[in-house]
Each structure stands twice: as structure tokens, then as C-alpha cells.
Design a protein around this ligand. Structure first.
Ligand SMILES: Cc1ncc(COP(=O)(O)O)c(C=O)c1O
Length: 390
């Protein structure tokens, strides 16, 4: 395999994963995408073995894919067993039940929701649709690039503007860069890999101004890590009739990365367009839907996962700060911080200790992105990190 192996190539070559790992090769030296050569994130030997996933099972701390280390809700487990009994039936009723729950929470109508097996399918549908016939997708760098890579392959140009100094989307700059050939704006909020969030009032004002001209796609994969009272509620923009697409996933706080469940919230006309690139609501299995319904209502489990994540994130952030590392404040289940050695050797030495992490090279600066695991895993991470950096 080439050292320019992309995330998708890697997954395809391995043939073992279909789910997104939140992995990215998005490492331009400059803001323009893709003017600078893109270098694989997988600078470690692990990624280049014949069967990288063989090693995945042997990791002592699996901190590379922003998964939920605590597993799925006990109620969701029970629902899976129940669902197995009716696995012979199509899920005619179940996706409607889940949509009703989501609609009530988000202040939208069920017709504003499209279910999907993970949010990646929504991202891909949007990429395929908005790249059709060329044009530009406007975004920021660094960000999650699955949608961008797909759109680029389908013929779109990607214009990625620099982040602000505090690693946030620069919304005024994006607004100023809107030209007639811009087909869609892509915002990841909170952002991956920086973990940062733009102020909600600013984002709402941005959408009200921009969405009447250009669709705004907001990827909210990590939104559930906010305390419910503090969480941005952009569903209201959809109910106002704005051309905003919100992508959500159960892969994070609900721990459904393997079960695969996500959804989009948007105008019904937009959902009809996106649905034509997918298998629609029926793409989700009855087992996943029934587990999803149980998990969605299990607020105790979500609160537990959120609290454990906050605790382990605070512990790691402090431990790194005590060593003089500047961690970017994170609203998610991962953290990003600049490191003082090259990504390749760093990554190799971490993986050699059974610690899976990701790295980025950005503007000549190497970074480590570590997912927040259990407290035990974070202690393993810190111990391994100390050994590597000396
Ligand atoms: C920002 C972002 N969007 C979307 C996804 C896709 O998640 P899934 O397809 O598992 O819902 C991820 C996965 O890590 C992500 O980080």
C-alpha cells in the first residue's frame, strides 16, 4: 500500500470496516484544499500491514475512532433481543416511532426527518447531490473530510478557508466567500478534529443570512456531548423553513457505531432529494431501530456516558497541561493537541504499546487526536504518552 493511502482506501483495502472511524487524511500545509499535497493520517506502520484490523483487537486502549467506550444502553440491549424475535418483519412502524420521538425533542415535524444507517450515508448523499454538475463546496480547514473527499471525486471544487486562531470555523470569512458557484456550505459543529464549537447565536445568524441563498449543511455528530440545557438547538431553523440540513448520529453518545443509526433534519423537499441517493428510512434494520428507540429514551444512560466522558476528558486535559501541552478546549469525546515530535514515529510508538490514536500534520505542526475512553484507558494513554515523549 502506498504511503499516500487515504482513509477510504485503507478501509476498502482492509475490507473489514464499513463504518466511519472518524479518521481523516486532511492535512494540508495551507488553507487551500487540495492545493497542498494531502498526506495520510496513517503515518504508523499499523495502517500499512496486510490486515490492520487484526491488530485493532489487540489494542489496550482503542482511542482512534471516537467511539463510546461504555457500550450501548442496557435498555437498548434488551430491545435488540426483542427485535431479534421479529427480525422477519420489515420495519414499517419502527422508523415512524423514532421520528416522532426525535421530532418532539427537536421541535420539527416527522416529515423533516430522514433515518439512515449512520450519518455517513447522509453526508455521502449530500456530497453526491451538491457535487453534481460541478460547483464549489465551502468549508473550513481542518475539518472532517469524508463529505469533502466524496464531493471532490464527484466533480466539486472544495474551498476550505482557514480557521480562526482558536481553531473555530470563521463564519464571517465563509459568508464573505460565497459566490454564485457555491453549491453548499459544510460546517462541522462541534468540529472534528479540533473539538471546537462556534457560538450558537453566531451560527443561527449565519444560517438565517446564508441559507436563503445557499444550503447550509451542519454536521452535528458530536452535539450530544453538551449538557442538554447548553446544547445548540438548531432544529428551530428547520422549522422556520430554512434550507439547513442537520446531520446526526447515534454512533457517539448512544454507542451505535457498529449498529449504524443516524438521521438528517431538513426541509421535506431537500430530504426527498437526499433520499434518492440512499435506500431511505428502510435502510435501517429493525434491530437497530428498536435499539435506537430504547436508547433515545434512556436519558439516564446518556447522562452517564456524558458525565463519564467529561470526567475522563478533564483528567486527560489536565494531565497533558501538567506536562506543558496545550490542549484545544473540546466539546466532544476527543481532544486535539500539538505534539513535539513527528507524527510517524509518535504514532508508531503509541501503537507499539497497544494505544490507538490519530495524528494530523497541519501547517507544519504535528498534532495528536485522542478519543476519550474510560478512565483506565486514559491512564494507559498518559502512561504510554510519557514513555514516548520522554
Ligand atoms: C464529524 C463526523 N461526521 C460524521 C461521522 C460519521 O459517523 P457515522 O457514520 O458513524 O454516523 C463522523 C464519525 O466519526 C464524524 O466524526
Amino acid at each position: 500500500m502506498s504511503s499516500q493511502l487515504t482513509r477510504r482506501d485503507w478501509l476498502r483495502a482492509s475490507g473489514l470496516l464499513t463504518a466511519s472511524l472518524g479518521l481523516s487524511r486532511f492535512t494540508p500545509a495551507e488553507a487551500a484544499y487540495p492545493a497542498a499535497p494531502l498526506v495520510s493520517t496513517f503515518t504508523n506502520e499499523f495502517a500499512f500491514t496486510d490486515d490492520p484490523f487484526e491488530k485493532m483487537g489487540s489494542l489496550r486502549a482503542r482511542l482512534l475512532a471516537n467511539e463510546n467506550p461504555l457500550g450501548i444502553s442496557p435498555n437498548a440491549k434488551q430491545a435488540l433481543v426483542k427485535a431479534a424475535e421479529i427480525g422477519n418483519r420489515y420495519a414499517f412502524m419502527e422508523f415512524g416511532q423514532l421520528k416522532k420521538l426525535i421530532a418532539a425533542d427537536e421541535g420539527v415535524k416527522a416529515e423533516n426527518i430522514l433515518m439512515s444507517p449512520g450519518s455517513s450515508d447522509i453526508l455521502m448523499a449530500a456530497a453526491d447531490n451538491f457535487a453534481k454538475g460541478g460547483g464549489t463546496i465551502l468549508t473550513s480547514v481542518m475539518t472532517y473530510d469524508d463529505l469533502l473527499q466524496r464531493a471532490e471525486k464527484q466533480g466539486a471544487k472544495i474551498k476550505a478557508l482557514p480557521m480562526t486562531k482558536d481553531y473555530k470555523y470563521d463564519l464571517p470569512a465563509i459568508k464573505a466567500a460565497i459566490t454564485p458557484d457555491v453549491k453548499m456550505v459544510y460546517i462541522v459543529n462541534p468540529n472534528n478534529p479540533t473539538g471546537t464549537i462556534v457560538p450558537t447565536a453566531e451560527l443561527e445568524a449565519f444560517c438565517r443570512e446564508v441559507a436563503p441563498k445557499v444550503p447550509v449543511f451542519i454536521d452535528e455528530a458530536y452535539i450530544d456531548f453538551f449538557e442538554p440545557a447548553e446544547r445548540p438547538k438548531l432544529g428551530k431553523l428547520v422549522s422556520e423553513g430554512l434550507n439547513v440540513i442537520l446531520a446526526r448520529t447515534f454512533s457517539k453518545i448512544h454507542g451505535f457505531a457498529g449498529l449504524r443509526l443516524g438521521y438528517a433534519m431538513a426541509q421535506p423537499a431537500m430530504l426527498r432529494i437526499l433520499r434518492d441517493y440512499t435506500n431511505g428510512d428502510f435502510a435501517v434494520s429493525i434491530t437497530t431501530l428498536m435499539a435506537g428507540i430504547a436508547s433515545y429514551q434512556d436519558k439516564d444512560w446518556q447522562n452517564h456516558c456524558r458525565a463519564e466522558n467529561a470526567k475522563a476528558r478533564a483528567y486527560t486535559t489536565k494531565a497533558l497541561a501538567d506536562m506543558g501541552y496545550e490542549v484545544i478546549p473540546s466539546s466532544t469525546n476527543f481532544i486535539l493537541f500539538p505534539i513535539r515530535m513527528k507524527t510517524g514515529p509518535f504514532s508508531n510508538q503509541m501503537f507499539a504499546q497497544g494505544i490507538g490514536i490519530q495524528t494530523r500534520d497541519f501547517n507544519g505542526q504535528p498534532y495528536c487526536r485522542v478519543s476519550v475512553g474510560t478512565m483506565d484507558e486514559m491512564a494507559i494513554f498518559m502512561d504510554g504518552f510519557k514513555k514516548v515523549v520522554g
